[in-house]
Design a protein around this ligand. Sequence first.
Ligand SMILES: [Fe+2]
Ligand SMILES: [Fe+2]
Length: 153
Amino acid sequence: MKNYDEMYAILSDIRSEEIVNEMKHYIHHGNVTIYEHCEHVARLCYDMNRSLKLNSDLRVLLVGAMLHDFYLYDWHRVDDGSHRLHGYRHAATACRNAKKYFDIDDKIYQVIYSHMWPLNLGRIPQSKEAWILCLSDKCVSLYETLRLRSAGQ
Ligand SMILES: [Fe+2]
Ligand SMILES: [Fe+2]
């Protein structure tokens, strides 16, 4: 079993905040909540950094990963039209929320802001941490989607 003590120590303040726990009420895909998805992405970022010896700033990488989809709505509900274009817009929404609730610095802001590249074509990741998050998010999303399909959901 892998040891994520270091990761959870860095994220303990954020994970104990009620507003972050609200992500447990919204679904990312199938039966995976946004909170679980962000946690899976943070773990993969942590693993990738450690196994490839990338020597990232772990606070930037992990806080960015935990808050990268901090958008607090169900994007599947398109009834009022306000959540259309979710794929294009949610990174900016997550940045706004992360700034509002945690006053994140510019490095973390950029990591979250660019995580949907290349869908957000102009937002090319600008740091090692941003590249790790961008890639990890895609791997985890693919895995969650394929697992969903194989479960027939
Ligand atoms: Fe996202
Ligand atoms: Fe994501």
